[in-house]
Design a binder for this molecule. Structure first.
Ligand code: ZN
Length: 303
């Protein structure tokens, strides 16, 4: 039987249900100059937002905050307990600018051991085990450190078979990075190329899908006045090309300006209340919607 690791322990893959595949329920992200432009830290607020989407049928959510992003496993677990939702948390790293110096100074073996220890024994002393691994890539360039961590994570993924999310800043550099990771031994069926919807280029996404990896179209909600029509058209195009099983859809709304409980827009509930009915109106059938929001996450996140 396959299972998925959540903050409260293992669940069966069939228990995942409708899933928000890329969000940030807790983020405290300082830029190099010390400015905190992404600060999502209020437990009561996020509880409210999660209860809203749970009431609409969302059962599980992935928090993609990695080391260096203010990751807070106990906060995520508290949310899971308060709301009854499954929360999957993350180990690994973000793009170069946010990789802590202590990591940059570590040998490859030490980094590997650190990540494997989190996966097997939990994050810090919490006992909470991550269900996803992650790296980040800078805009228009993959730095040496990003390549190094990418290769280490390929070894981690081969050992654990966990889903492996790659953050691409503004969706750039995905073709060469995907090739590099596959050449370095990544399990491509469980590789998730993130933010690659940002360029809104259907041929770019089609090419990535042709590698046999998954594309995370997780910047929905940025054009909510038009129901993200351009991206819905791309989802339809990819389905038409036979890539339904490669598509994930999310909102990456880890910023107060997007979250309802902080008076932001469009709110997490946009996806389930507005986007999905619009997708159906635009001719995407309900079975395909179910595959994107349930079947694909269940397959990719289970081990
Ligand atoms: Zn994100």
């Amino acid at each position: 039987m396959k299972y998925i690791m959540t903050t409260r322990g293992k669940i069966e893959d069939s228990e995942l249900g409708f899933t928000y595949e890329h969000e940030h329920l807790y983020t405290y992200l300082a830029q190099k100059d010390g400015a905190f432009d992404y600060e999502v830290t209020n437990l009561d607020n996020m509880e409210k937002d999660l209860k809203d989407i749970k009431a609409c049928g969302c059962n599980s959510i992935v928090d993609a905050s990695a080391i260096g992003m203010g990751r807070n496993a106990e906060f995520l677990n508290a949310l899971s307990i308060r709301t009854g939702m499954n929360v999957i948390c993350t180990t690994g790293f973000y793009r170069d600018e946010y990789i802590p110096d202590v990591i940059k100074d570590m040998s490859d073996n030490k980094v590997y051991d650190l990540i494997m220890n989190e996966i097997n024994n939990g994050i810090g002393y919490t006992g909470i085990r991550p269900g996803m691994i992650k790296i980040g890539v800078s805009k228009d360039i993959v730095t040496d450190e990003e390549f190094r961590l990418g290769k280490i994570m390929c070894a981690v993924q081969r050992e654990t078979n966990l889903p492996f999310y790659v953050h691409f800043t503004d969706g750039t550099c995905a073709v060469e990075t995907a090739k590099y990771l596959i050449d370095s031994g990544a399990v491509k069926e469980k590789l998730i190329l993130g933010h690659v919807d940002v360029p809104k280029d259907r041929y770019y996404l089609e090419k990535l899908c042709s590698f046999g990896v998954n594309v995370s179209m997780d910047k929905f909600g940025r054009d909510y006045n038009n129901h993200d029509k351009n991206k819905v058209d791309i989802v339809k195009y990819l389905i038409g090309k036979g890539y339904l099983n490669r598509i994930l859809v999310g909102g990456d709304m880890g910023n107060t300006k997007y979250l309802s409980s902080y008076s932001g827009k469009p709110g997490l509930d946009y996806i389930i209340k507005e986007l999905i009915p619009y997708m159906i109106n635009m001719g995407i059938n309900k079975e395909d919607i179910k595959q994107i929001f349930e079947g694909n996450p269940s397959r990719i996140f289970s081990v």
